[in-house]
Design a protein around this ligand. Structure first.
Ligand SMILES: Cc1cc2nc3c(=O)[nH]c(=O)nc-3n(C[C@H](O)[C@H](O)[C@H](O)COP(=O)(O)OP(=O)(O)OC[C@H]3O[C@@H](n4cnc5c(N)ncnc54)[C@H](O)[C@@H]3O)c2cc1C
Length: 405
């Protein structure tokens, strides 16, 4: 029997984890990882908050809930094995009023159902002992929430895959996916922009902000489409980094759980404030002034986006205000850390979330993986997908291998 050939498109943390996992389970297969940039982890993976989420909020039984919990354990072991930073600095959700305090109990219950260890509602005194510069009437403490270096992890995952025989090709932007012989589950030619190609029996699309376009090229459905949301950050001036010890988050609004500026120490000592969530006018446009005519036209033409915008424009304007004014951004964080002054922060690099949106305008909440014949696509992998990456890779390879064997 001939050797099975796999092509993995996208060298973020998920692509690197999938390449490694394929060869861990089946050392006899051939794996090629292709990445359009000249380095790995150039997009979401290299531009995020660096948090290993413990799994507090996710809907019990969802892929997010199960793969996040499994992913935490796998990531912790991987970092220990490779000598990479993994620091359990812990996280507090801070309640500012009685209504938020009531929500803490529900989150604690959900966290327990999800199997998150050590989560506790704490009173004002305990909050003060943990975070002396933070104000609030109560909190929820998650002692195992950690911070890591996702770029370093991705490079190590790819190095492991290469050590097991994988080929990693950077500077390979995939522009074509052709099923040869017409059979949807047959061989696929993965073509690059300059005519380079990789021929594979199975293709895994882990292309983040571009994944919907590639999935459609491979014959998958048009929806859900990716809508890019920029997350902007500031960072604390070095002399103000002692304002927080661990991660300080607001109590999430159940309608917009991913909103709410927070303070996040990083593995390299910096402390980030953010991110907000504003519509990006280019999928990979990290500056406010970046606009891609193609990306923008696609967003505006998409009925799903128009429905989404009609429902959520008020929240969008609030986020835009924070985006345009440093003062408004810092004021949001000052509700939690009253000593914080506008002069204490400087702008930091932004990230862009690849958020899938259904045609009816609803956000795809859970991770979504689809299969069209020989091509598997990760069509929605927002936070906590970096945390969950090793478990997503396990899950995906389990889906792929029985049919491929
Ligand atoms: C602001 C922000 C904060 C976040 N914070 C956290 C956090 O603290 N914890 C957490 O767990 N998650 C967090 N996330 C989510 C996390 O970063 C992502 O879920 C994760 O990085 C997704 O990994 P990925 O490999 O799917 O995507 P990416 O890292 O985006 O990788 C996709 C890769 O595909 C490549 N690619 C695209 N098109 C092509 C093509 N045509 N040909 C070849 N290559 C292609 C891209 O260049 C890119 O390298 C955050 C995300 C953002 C944006």
């Amino acid at each position: 029997m001939s050797v099975q050939r796999y092509a993995v498109v996208g060298g973020g943390i998920i692509g690197a984890a999938v390449a490694r996992r394929l060869l861990e389970v089946r050392p006899d297969v051939q794996v090629t990882l292709v990445e359009k940039e000249d380095r790995l982890a150039a997009h979401q993976t290299g531009r995020n908050s660096g948090v290993v989420h413990a799994g507090l909020y996710y809907q019990p039984g969802s892929l997010k809930a199960t793969l996040c919990r499994r992913g935490v354990g796998l990531l912790k072991d991987f970092c220990a094995e490779k000598g990479l930073p993994y620091d359990e600095v812990g996280k507090v959700l801070v309640a500012l009023d009685a209504e938020e305090q009531r929500r803490l109990d529900d989150i604690a219950d959900r966290a327990r159902v999800n199997g998150v260890p050590g989560v506790r509602v704490i009173d004002r005194d305990e909050l003060h002992a943990l975070e002396p510069h933070v104000t609030g009437i109560a909190g929820l403490h998650s002692p195992t929430t950690a911070i890591v270096d996702y770029v370093g992890i991705t490079e190590q995952l790819a190095a492991d895959a290469q050590a097991r025989g994988a080929t990693v090709r950077t500077g390979f932007p995939v522009t074509g996916l052709e099923h040869t012989g017409g059979a949807a589950d047959g061989e696929v030619v993965v073509r690059g922009a300059s005519g380079e190609e990789v021929v594979a029996d199975r293709v895994v699309l882990c292309a983040g902000l571009q994944v919907d376009r590639l999935a459609v090229l491979a014959g998958d459905g048009d929806a859900p489409r990716i809508v890019p949301f920029r997350g902007e950050y500031y960072k604390l001036a070095p002399e103000r980094r002692t304002l927080v010890n661990g991660l300080v988050y607001p109590v999430p609004d159940p309608r917009y759980p991913f909103l709410g500026v927070h303070l996040t120490p990083r593995f390299d000592g910096e402390v980030l404030i953010g991110p907000n969530a504003v519509l990006a006018l280019a999928r990979e446009g990290y500056r406010r002034r970046d606009v891609s005519a193609r990306d923008l036209a696609e967003i505006v033409r998409y009925a799903g986006f128009r429905r989404f915008a009609a429902e959520h424009w008020r929240t969008g304007i609030g986020e835009m205000r924070g985006s345009l004014s440093k003062h408004a951004f810092v004021a949001a964080a000052r509700r939690y850390v009253p000593e914080l002054r506008t002069a204490d922060v400087v702008p930091a690099a932004a990230g862009i979330r690849a958020q899938a949106l259904e045609a009816d305008g609803s956000l795809v909440d859970d991770f979504r993986i689809t299969r069209t014949g020989s091509v598997v696509a990760v069509r929605n992998a927002p936070s906590p997908a970096a945390t969950s990456s090793l478990a997503i890779a396990e899950h995906l390879v389990d889906l792929l291998l029985p049919a491929a064997a």
